[in-house]
Design a protein around this ligand. Structure first.
Ligand code: FE2
Length: 263
């Protein structure tokens, strides 16, 4: 495993090319960077049926990056496409079926729930408790934020109060553009570069280039910002891991874009 340190910005490129003849691959990502959280990258070459046991007392999150497949949980079935997410909440295991000709790459995150997290689950309304949370990133609701330009498209992928102290979203723009400097000491943030992403990420004056399929940890509390050059694409998934439930107030800086319906 190669973990890169560029000053204090820690990132890791995912290995997206399998060895000749290999039918699967796994690697750990950013070991120890996010408290109580393990992150791994897995790849499977079809045809294969993977039976996956889920860790109890943990969030089990799957971020599908490349390849098509089918996810089955009891009598539910979901079409896995690139840039989609699944979080099973009511199951002890799931199956992923990858057909011949497909290679599936995904990032799996397991995060241990605290006592406070269990208490928070009990306060959530039933509509926030799906048996399995599944969505394509491109289907998610857009929002705006002061630190972004009007042409930037941000989407909330995992809203707050489905998984305690975790929220996810995407940011997409064609350069030139930027996400202006901001700080959020109440949360640990990861960026995962998506298809064709080509950006520069700055934190407290240091910077690195972030391409597609690369995972980066924003140093907690740092002033950070992002730039994308003319003609390049900015397209990444942000993952927020709040230190405590009050930190989620930060998400109020995201303003949903409401579309007026004819009624
Ligand atoms: Fe940030």
């Amino acid at each position: 495993m190669k973990k890169h340190f560029t000053s204090n910005i820690i990132f890791q490129n995912l290995k997206m090319q399998l060895e000749d003849g290999a039918n699967s691959f796994r690697e750990d990502l950013l070991i120890g960077e996010i408290e109580d959280t393990e992150i791994e990258h897995l790849a499977f070459v079809g045809p294969t049926l993977q039976k996956i046991s889920l860790l109890e007392e943990h969030m089990n999150m799957f971020l599908f990056l490349k390849g098509n497949a089918e996810l089955v949980a009891d009598n539910l079935s979901f079409q896995i496409v690139p840039e989609s997410i699944a979080i099973p909440l009511s199951f002890k295991n799931i199956q992923i079926n990858v057909e011949e000709g497909e290679t599936l790459h995904y990032v799996a995150l397991t995060k241990k729930y605290t006592q406070d997290d269990h208490e928070d689950f009990n306060t959530y309304p039933n509509e926030n408790k799906p048996d399995l949370f599944f969505t394509k990133f491109s289907d998610c609701d857009p929002y705006t934020e002061k630190i972004k330009s009007p042409k930037t498209i941000s989407r909330t992928v995992l809203p707050e109060d489905i998984i305690p102290r975790v929220a996810l979203g995407t940011v997409e723009a064609l350069g030139p553009d930027e996400v202006r400097a901001h700080k959020h000491p109440m949360l640990d943030q990861l960026f995962l570069g998506l298809t064709d992403n080509c950006i520069r990420v700055y934190a407290d004056g240091r910077s690195i280039e972030l391409g597609p399929y690369s995972l980066l940890h924003i140093p907690i509390g740092s002033s950070h910002w992002v730039t994308v050059e003319k003609g390049d694409k900015l397209f990444y998934l942000w993952m927020d891991f709040f230190l405590d439930r009050t930190g989620q107030q930060w998400l109020k800086t995201h303003k949903p874009i409401t579309t007026k319906k004819n009624d």
